[in-house]
Every structure is written in C-alpha cells, then in structure tokens.
Design a protein around this ligand. Sequence first.
Ligand SMILES: Cc1cc2nc3c(=O)[nH]c(=O)nc-3n(C[C@H](O)[C@H](O)[C@H](O)COP(=O)(O)O)c2cc1C
Length: 329
Amino acid sequence: MLTTALTRNFAIDHPIIQAGMASDSGVTLAAAVSNAGGLGTVGSLGRTPDDLERELAAVRGATSRPWSVNLATFDWSPFAATLVDVAINARPPVVTLSFGDTIPALEKCRAAGLQVAVQVQTFETAQAVVAARPSAIIVQGNEAGGHTGLRGTLSFAAQVLEIADGIPVVIAGGIAGGRGLAAALAMGASGVLMGTRFKATPEFGGPRTGHLEAQRHAIVANDGDHTVGSTTADVALGMRWPEGIISRVLANRFTEEWHGREEALRAEVAVQTQPFGWTSAHNNRPENMLNWAGESSGLVHEILPAAEVVRRTVAEAEALLRGVGGVLG
Ligand SMILES: Cc1cc2nc3c(=O)[nH]c(=O)nc-3n(C[C@H](O)[C@H](O)[C@H](O)COP(=O)(O)O)c2cc1C
C-alpha cells in the first residue's frame, strides 16, 4: 500500500491520477480507474456544456469512489467559463485545472467547497499557484503527451518540491508505470498523473473506438524516440493555445510533412470555412492523424485494461521502493 498526502486528502487507495484527455476520456475510463483505486478523470475539452453535464451524471452512477473533472482554463478554450460552472454544479470530488490562468477557476471551485488540483508548466506559474494554496499541484514536464510546456520533468519537479510548502506535488510527463511512480515518491512527490499510458487502454474513447484503436497500437509501436512537441498540430486544427504551450504527438506522415513548415500550414488552414476543416480533410487516415501521446509511449508495450495499469504500476513501485533502502551504505 502506498499512502501519501494525495491518497489521504483525496480518499483514494493509490497515488495515481488518470489525466483528463479531452472528450475522449469519459465515464468508461474514469470509472475504471476510480474503481481500481486511482483517481479517474473526465475530460471536458471539446465537450459542450450539455455533454459535460451528461458525462458527469453518468460517472456518478458508474463509481462510488472519488473521481475528478478536468478543465482547460484558457480564454480561447470553447465554453471555458461555462464548463467551470457545469463542473461546479456536478459537485465532483476533485477538479483538475490546466493551462492559461488557472487561478480564477481555482478560487471559484474552492469557494464552492471543492478540492482542486492545478497542473502547471512553468516555475513562475508554480510559484503563483502555490501561493493560491490548491489541494495539490501537478508539475507537467515537456515529455508529456498532449498539450504541455517546455520544462523537462525532473528538474522542474524538484524545483516545485522545493517551494511546495506542504501542498502535495504530483508529477506528470514521461511516467507510464512503477519506475516513474517510485521515482516520484522517492523524490518527495505525493503521486503521479499519467495520460499516454491510460490512452493505450480499451476504455479510452468509451464506445467511440474506430480511429482510436489505430492510435493505441501506434503508441505501443512507438519507441519513445519518435514524438514531436511543437505547435504544428494546433496550427492544423486552427487553434490558439497560450504562449509557451506546445502539443506532443507521435511522429508520422503528418509531422514529417508539416513540422517546421507551420507558416505554410497556417495559410492552408486559413482558407477553410469549417472549424477543423483542414484536419478533417487531411488527417483522417491512421498514418497521418494527430495522435497526442508522449515519450512515455516507449514504456507502453501492450494495450491493457485501465485497472490492470493501476495494479501493475503500484505493484512495480512497491517492489522498487522496498529495494531502494539497499543503496544507503
Ligand atoms: C491524448 C491526451 C490528451 C490530453 N488532453 C488533456 C486535457 O484535455 N487537459 C489537460 O489538462 N491535459 C491533457 N493532456 C495532458 C495530461 O494532463 C498529462 O499532463 C500528460 O498526459 C502527462 O504525460 P504522459 O502523457 O507522459 O503521461 C493530454 C494528454 C494526452 C496524452
């Protein structure tokens, strides 16, 4: 049993949070992780307020354990402000916030009596978030899949641990199993958050499998060397993310063709009349679709049920931590 401030404060069995991964992480994945003793998360990015309300009602029926809802708090995020209100009304056990200015949403959720974990991408933001005293702070390194910042996980996490002032620290980016969890706990963190590892589960995407099956297999096939962290994917989607935020996808035909040619891509996207028109027309085949995943793909060797990911991660970390005392002279 790995007991930390995170497991105690959030009333979960294991110090593992499943990342909210936009609308592809819904009730099926969140409930599977929470029922296995971790903290499952429903993603909100790409959902309408009605869709989020339905999903949160469903997760309440699917698990009696704590779960969370993830909110991407930046101005250009569709429905950003409304989704915060929808989340608060659902009374989730935990809210996770990330990107842009998280502090107004943190204060709003906390005023409503909710526990809030905030994901940060820079040390400067970490300092401001620590001063605002969230329930936990999630340090996100650049190895991460999906949208992320520019800091490498290890030194960034150590720096935030130095200033955390009693706030539980969770480490994200490049962690896909027990080695990462053991390392995080050994350096003083209270848990980990994993996205890429949970994307390669049958529960990711819920009933909407199809193209996601190819993405899961591409994660398993990737050795971790072949990812691209840049703005290219967002340029293709016609989306503007906050300064300093890039997105990491697996390298494929799309990144080969467009990475480094963002201005030409922007010009092609600008003539589209429909939202996401360029990607609908060009990224609809497995070999060139945008597959958000991180360097931890190199640690994902098979598609596993989410509960098994939780079980193996904990078992491996426990075994490693038991052995670690041996290095002390
Ligand atoms: C497919 C995918 C989608 C993601 N979507 C979101 C999101 O909607 N909101 C968010 O805060 N983070 C999102 N992230 C980033 C995660 O919160 C997390 O920081 C990251 O997955 C950790 O690194 P890892 O992928 O190596 O586990 C996403 C990550 C992935 C892989």
